[in-house]
Design a protein around this ligand. Sequence first.
Ligand SMILES: Cc1cc2nc3c(=O)[nH]c(=O)nc-3n(C[C@H](O)[C@H](O)[C@H](O)COP(=O)(O)O)c2cc1C
Length: 129
Amino acid sequence: MLQIVYISTATGTVDTAAILTTSRRNNARDGLTGLLYTNGKRFLQVLEGDIANVERALGRIDADPRHRAMVVLSSRDVNAREFGGWAMAERVAGDDGDAFVARVRALVAQASPSVRATFDGFVQLHRAA
Ligand SMILES: Cc1cc2nc3c(=O)[nH]c(=O)nc-3n(C[C@H](O)[C@H](O)[C@H](O)COP(=O)(O)O)c2cc1C
């Protein structure tokens, strides 16, 4: 099973609810699991599943004009899923920083140390953004 992690930058004001709806539908159909983190400006996503399905989804996502500058941080074989379902963590204005960090930590608790560290660093970096 392939697991990829990427970061990207929103091109404008993104309707995250719309992304979540589409992703839930498609990812359930394609057997993909993962997590999408956003603070409205940046995205950090993990996607995992069969190689062909992950690559197909990544191709669609990369072509999406709602974000740009996608950089794949990690792409590796995993024996088992580290994310049981499909989830999205959204940092909204007024969110308490500590509570949000704790929420994201809980979502990545089952992931490998490197994935946990990636999310942790990213969330800390963007907590005030
Ligand atoms: C940051 C970001 C993350 C996305 N994540 C997913 C995803 O996990 N799965 C998915 O199918 N589409 C995702 N999308 C949406 C795709 O880019 C694309 O719009 C969608 O797959 C098209 O699906 P449709 O042909 O069913 O309308 C994401 C888009 C953005 C901007």
